[in-house]
Design a protein around this ligand. Structure first.
Ligand SMILES: NC(=O)c1ccc[n+]([C@@H]2O[C@H](COP(=O)([O-])OP(=O)(O)OC[C@H]3O[C@@H](n4cnc5c(N)ncnc54)[C@H](OP(=O)(O)O)[C@@H]3O)[C@@H](O)[C@H]2O)c1
Length: 279
């Protein structure tokens, strides 16, 4: 799995097509993160098809939406996603969100994800927004460990305990809202981005002749985290990938590690059930 990818939440279907094509052809991305709920899987598929990059060289992730849990719905949902994307398999299929108070259904959904992987429709399967107790639940009922857990993670919310838990079990941690988000936290309250103007990060950025966004992305990379910054602007998409020509030193890393404030901009997975089935 490439450690850097492009996120496309809040890009509409039309703009997604061109951003994905640009990211693949002109900015060197080889990984795209979408979801059924973003409404732009078709745009991702068209962008990939329009690019000059081979499908097999690109890592495509999409996610099962909350309303589609349960075996029958999940089997139908993956086929819909594949059809919209114009693909015969996904590289990674994630359960988007754990349902609060629907443990049995969550286990059934995970068992179905395993079935989907067995049928060759997803090379890897994983989860998103799972806390250790959700992962323990899956482990108690199945012997397939999620390959990935995609969670809110950025310098203000470094998720150290969850990262250790996942590392011990071989689960790759992927950061969403890696730059601190757009101001519309996933399931959370509207807010102003608190990282892209951060004065501490500005000093480090100036020292390296890079932008704050590039410093944050570099911090994720050097911390061993998979990172999927989103932008709908080609110049930023390109800029966010120009992060392999410099390195943060130990002092920079320590300063950024010190910014952790447990500050979450999206919802806590234990506190919100959105789009979930009633029963
Ligand atoms: N699994 C989940 O529950 C979940 C939840 C949220 C997000 N995600 C995934 O994670 C991806 C990234 O998270 P996110 O979209 O919430 O936030 P993000 O990547 O942290 O930040 C995106 C925001 O930063 C701006 N931006 C991007 N590059 C910039 C740069 N170089 N300089 C200045 N501003 C820049 C973007 O604006 P412009 O677009 O105007 O450039 C946008 O407002 C999503 O797109 C999605 O794929 C997953």
């Amino acid at each position: 799995m490439p450690q850097l990818g492009l996120g496309v939440w809040q890009a509409d279907d039309e703009e997604t097509e061109e951003i994905v094509r640009f990211a693949l052809d002109d900015a060197g991305y080889r990984s795209i993160d979408t979801a059924t709920d973003y409404g732009n899987e078709a745009g991702v598929g068209r962008g990939l098809a329009a690019s000059g990059v081979d499908r097999d060289d690109v890592f495509i992730t999409t996610k099962l939406w909350n309303a589609e849990h349960g075996r029958v719905n999940t089997l139908a949902a993956v086929d819909t996603s594949l059809s919209l994307l114009g693909l015969d398999h996904l590289d990674l299929y994630l359960i988007h969100w754990p349902l609060v108070g629907h443990e049995e259904r969550l286990v059934e959904t995970w068992a179905t994800m395993i079935e989907i992987q067995g049928a060759g429709k997803a090379r890897s399967i994983g989860v998103s927004n799972f806390e250790p107790h959700h992962l323990d639940l899956l482990a108690a009922h199945t012997d397939v460990v999620p390959a990935v857990n995609q969670v809110e993670l950025h310098p203000l919310l470094q998720q150290r305990e969850l990262r250790s838990y996942c590392a011990e079990r071989g689960i790759t941690v992927e950061a969403w809202s890696p730059l601190g988000g757009s101001g519309r936290g996933w399931g959370g309250e509207p807010h102003t981005n608190q990282l892209l103007g951060n004065p501490t990060l500005a000093v480090i950025a100036e020292k390296h002749g890079k932008s704050i966004a590039q410093v944050i992305i570099r911090w994720h990379l050097q911390s061993g985290i998979v990172v999927i910054p989103k932008s709908s602007r080609t110049a930023r998409v390109a800029q966010n990938a120009e992060v392999f020509d410099f390195a943060l030193d130990d002092e920079d890393m320590a300063v950024i590690n010190g910014l952790d404030a447990g500050r979450r901009f999206g919802a806590h997975p234990d506190e919100l059930n959105f789009g979930a089935p009633a029963s």
